[in-house]
Design a protein around this ligand. Structure first.
Ligand code: ZN
Length: 194
């Protein structure tokens, strides 16, 4: 994958769009799991937009754009590594992405339990990123659930997201409120279908 040339000093909006372009290229062939199979990049743009709109620091917004590039490119011909993110976006942003990346060598249930347990130990930027990620995922589960996800499985996901979020609260009150509203809406929507 080509690198977009950087100019020194790079303006913040140039860096932001470079990260968005980087993410769009990495996720070019990836789709969301939902029935509407949205382009994956829509998700990372939404996460970054939520962070930017709620006063998150620049490194959190940039990490929002990049947060799934390592985890979701492992089967690609040119997988994105932590080192690559460090080279392109610096230690701080790459570090926040690393905090939000699951260890895919572990079984899914272990990864999910670890997300709950490790949430309170994350840096503030990573907590905000993970909260915005869960907000985007809860919206997607409510609006366009993955094919084959029955009521029980969606309910289980929403409950788990709530348990992870409990450990992420307290660093950004506006995001905490948005999570709460989104969580309640997802539960209400599912209850209607029952
Ligand atoms: Zn995500």
């Amino acid at each position: 994958m080509d690198t977009i040339p950087m100019r020194d000093p790079e303006r913040p909006e140039a860096r932001l769009l470079r990260a968005a372009t980087f993410a769009a290229r990495v996720h070019a062939t990836h789709k969301r799991k939902g029935a509407s199979a949205e382009p994956y990049v829509n998700h990372v743009l939404e996460v970054a937009a939520i962070l930017a709109a709620h006063g998150a620091p620049e490194e959190a917004v940039l990490a929002g754009l990049l947060h799934d590039t390592v985890e979701d490119s492992d089967k690609d011909p040119d997988p994105i590594t932590h080192e690559r993110l460090v080279a392109e976006f610096g230690e701080v942003v790459a570090g926040v992405v690393a905090e939000a990346t699951d260890d895919k060598s572990l079984p899914k249930e272990v990864r999910k339990a670890l997300q709950v347990r490790l949430a309170p130990k994350k840096t503030d930027a990573a907590k905000m990123l993970k909260l915005a990620d869960k907000i985007s995922n809860l919206r997607a589960i409510a609006a366009s659930p993955p094919a084959g996800w029955d009521h029980a499985r969606r309910l289980e996901y929403i409950g788990w997201a709530g348990r992870v979020a409990a450990g992420l609260r307290g660093v950004n009150p506006a995001l905490d409120v948005l999570f709460e509203v989104t969580y309640r809406e997802a539960v209400a929507r599912l209850a209607q279908e029952a």
